[in-house]
Design a protein around this ligand. Structure first.
Ligand SMILES: [Cu+2]
Length: 72
């Protein structure tokens, strides 16, 4: 069962940051249609299940950014 989630991300300053987050998110199984907005400081993606949210959070934090918001 796939769902669309949005995560708020702190610490992105430029297109390089956006690409880092995009690459980390796209590398995860069960995560697709990744879109990262620098302007809105958020990531939107389709995830295969709730456990993918934790996986995304870990992957983003491993890049040095903070996930501040819970998925909408
Ligand atoms: Cu940057």
């Amino acid at each position: 069962m796939s769902m669309t989630i949005t995560l708020k991300i702190d610490g992105m300053h430029c297109g390089g940051c956006v690409r880092s987050v995009e690459k980390a998110a796209q590398a995860l199984d069960g995560v697709s249609n990744v879109q990262v907005s620098l302007e809105n400081a958020e990531l939107t993606a389709d995830v295969a299940g709730p456990d993918r949210i934790a996986a995304l959070r870990s992957a983003i934090e491993a890049c040095g950014f903070d996930v501040t918001g819970t998925p909408a």
